[in-house]
Design a protein. Structure first.
Lengths: 294, 165
């Protein structure tokens, strides 16, 4: 089986480590990912301005995947939710679907409905599952203690995501971390939003939303925080030093994209998984995964 | 926030909002406040109060709602809508209100810049040789831009802001 890889705008420019780790781990697990040259913005950035205009851009991507005969796997949670919602809406509102298709006809596309959209983490959870991951691990992350951060758009709106995991008690990322031989730690505020959605309109508010979680995790002395979305990464890694300075704190919380952890456990090197692009990392932890010298 | 002046109320406003996709459930709100209790933005900025915004819509205070800067600080975490016992999709209600504010010319100017980026590049970030060289260093395939589709689909879309929000 093969999936169309939807990278979105941010990951292929700002998070090359995440993209590299997705491609390596997919290959390692036998999941075939195809690049579709026509994919563009998922439409989410325009939803505040005009939901229907945004929907046209979203469905354009679904139509391209359909023409290619593939379901979609997205790596950004905002893209995954936007594409999933669009498929949900198009299959339930024929009048709206007709209006959207009328617009898409201008560029020679149409969408019949039925393309399944999943986040890469959900795909691994559903297509491979923790048991088979455990069997594929060659270098267990023994002793690693990680805080999973699910983020919001990975799980919600739950209806558009087929309720694949519970927004109240999410488990999918937790069990995938545990399958690597590491500990996935429950912590207060596990479900809290990163604040990334308001970074553009109220930077101070966004920073206060993100900082509380980082401070709690720092106090717990964990190996790191595990994210699966570029916007959560912007808040927790990109903004971390700025926030520490602003709030007069000395926190240091290393960030990992889940596929980077998975990749280490599958035997890929930190270099192959793009760790040089990680801005806040624990070099001692990574040392154990470097190839033997000489 | 100022006192509520019902002489300025437009009783048709709630129906206008409820006719839009995503906001259909707004008239079912019985003001239990579950949305506000769990809102992570409201926890840090008490002025942002989903229940109060719904009341303002139901009372018909169109101008107060559509010109409010509070419409733009929702983080879209969807907690309110997963929590609501009456199935009011408040995150979606807010998107409807933001869309109506845009039609009235009230929105943060930075959002307009995103429209221009999409028209020019089909993406939020321009792809140049620099980006593709960095990608090649990690063995990632080159990206291209297909702005033609976006230009065609967005050619008539030019929201203009009065800059109030």
């Amino acid at each position: 089986m093969s999936w169309a890889l939807f990278l979105g705008c941010t990951v292929p420019v700002r998070n090359l480590n995440y993209e590299a780790a997705v491609r390596k781990t997919a290959a390692g697990l036998g999941l075939e990912l195809a690049d579709l040259p026509g994919f563009g913005c998922c439409g989410f950035p325009l939803k505040s301005l005009s939901s229907e205009q945004a929907l046209v851009l979203t469905v354009r991507n679904l139509a391209l995947a359909q023409a290619d005969g593939r379901d979609v796997v997205a790596v950004c949670s905002a893209c995954a939710a936007t594409l999933s919602e669009a498929e949900h809406v198009m299959s339930r509102d024929p009048d709206l679907a007709a209006r959207v298709n009328e617009r898409l006809a201008e560029i020679g596309l149409s969408y019949r409905g039925g393309v399944k959209v999943r986040h890469y983490t959900r795909l691994i959870h559903e297509e491979i599952g923790p048991e088979r991951i455990r069997e594929a691990v060659v270098r267990p992350l023994d002793g690693g203690r990680f805080a999973p951060h699910y983020g919001c758009h990975y799980l919600k709106p739950a209806e558009a995501m087929d309720h694949f995991d519970s927004p109240e008690d999410p488990r999918s990322l937790t069990v995938l971390i545990e399958a690597l031989g590491a500990e996935a730690v429950e912590y207060p505020g596990l479900k809290d939003c990163c604040g990334g959605g308001v970074l553009g309109t109220d930077e101070d508010l966004a920073q206060r939303m993100a900082f509380g979680k980082l401070e709690r995790i720092d106090q717990m002395g964990l190996t790191g925080l595990v994210v699966i979305c570029p916007f959560c990464n912007v808040m927790f890694e990109g903004q971390q030093k700025t926030m520490a300075k602003k709030f007069g704190s000395k926190i240091k919380v290393p960030l990992f994209f889940y596929p980077q952890l998975l990749g280490l456990a599958l035997g890929f090197t930190p270099e192959e998984l793009g760790f040089k692009h990680n801005r806040i990392k624990d070099k001692d932890f990574l040392k154990a995964f470097e190839p033997a010298k000489g | 926030m100022s006192d509520i002046d019902l002489d300025r109320a437009d009783p048709g406003f709630k129906h206008e909002v409820a006719r839009r996709r995503g906001a259909e459930g707004i008239k079912r709100c019985y003001a239990c406040g579950a949305c506000s209790a769990r809102c992570p933005v409201g926890e840090l900025n008490p002025d942002f109060d989903p229940r109060r915004l719904i009341r303002l819509v139901v009372l018909g205070l169109r101008d107060e709602v559509l010109s409010s800067p509070l419409l733009w600080v929702c983080s879209t975490c969807y907690t309110c809508q997963e929590t609501c016992p009456e199935g009011v999709d408040f995150t979606e209600v807010l998107f409807v209100l933001k869309n109506m504010a845009v039609e009235a010319g009230c929105f943060p100017p930075t959002l307009g810049a995103q429209v221009e980026l999409l028209k020019n590049h089909g993406r939020l970030y321009e792809i140049t040789d620099f980006e593709n060289e960095k990608r090649a260093e990690l063995g990632l395939p080159p990206l291209d831009e297909r702005p033609d589709d976006f230009l065609a689909l967005l050619k008539d879309f030019q929201p203009e802001t009065k800059g109030d929000a």
